[in-house]
Design a binder for this molecule. Structure first.
Ligand code: GRF
Length: 203
């Protein structure tokens, strides 16, 4: 499966996907990395792995539609079949999401449906939850609201602050995203009535 990864910043999740995709037998190939912010750190990871990468700066376009038209052209040119959002900080329009229906996934740093949106770690600490984590989900028109593919949980420990908790969650993210993309690329995920069903591991 040919995959494009969209990023806005440091790109540590992108790096975890590049690492697994470079392993023999991994079923997804990263065909392009696109950043919407010039100088996004993740572009260096793409370069280090010899993967095509480019910046499409949303600020260069008069509106969201024009930006997304350029994005679509770049995705098509790269032959992308699937989009992985990895710290991509632009909300995609419903038109774009419809065009790529069930072909965009995202990683979010909370156990959805808890804590959609921003500042998830501070909010988890404020709520006093003792388990926190990350989710990989399909992208639909509701922000962080699409069907959940996989989740990984970490404990919330005494002495945590948002940074410490974020670092623990991030390690889990780096395992979860490659795992979920593999399930998807192996065709082991079905969307049934808006929920994900995962085909079991072969015996
Ligand atoms: C991650 O925590 C991800 O869950 C969230 O944004 C952060 C991106 O980090 N959507 P990185 O750019 O992958 O290092």
């Amino acid at each position: 499966m040919k995959v494009a990864v969209l990023i806005s910043g440091r790109g540590s999740n992108l790096r975890s996907l590049l690492e697994v995709a470079a392993q023999p037998g991994y079923p997804a190939e990263i065909v392009t990395v696109i950043a919407n912010r010039p100088g996004a750190g993740g572009l260096d990871h793409a370069a280090a792995f010899g993967v095509s990468h480019q910046t499409i700066d949303h600020k260069d376009f008069p509106d969201r539609t024009a930006f997304e038209t350029a994005l679509t052209a770049a995705l098509k040119a790269a032959g992308a079949e699937m989009i992985c959002l990895a710290g991509f900080m632009r909300v995609l329009s419903s038109g774009f999401v419809r065009q790529w229906q069930d072909r965009i996934i995202n990683i979010h740093p909370s156990l959805l449906p808890l804590f959609p949106g921003l500042d998830t770690h501070a909010r988890a600490l404020a709520a006093g939850v003792k388990l926190h984590g990350c989710s990989v989900h399909f992208v639909n028109e509701a922000v962080d609201g699409g069907a959940i593919i996989g989740q990984a949980a970490v404990p919330v420990l005494g002495g945590d602050d948002p940074d410490k908790l974020a670092a623990r969650v991030l390690k889990a993210e780096h395992r979860l995203y490659p795992y979920c993309l593999r399930l998807l690329a192996e065709g082991r995920i079905r969307l049934i009535a808006g929920r994900v069903a995962i085909e079991a591991d072969p015996d």
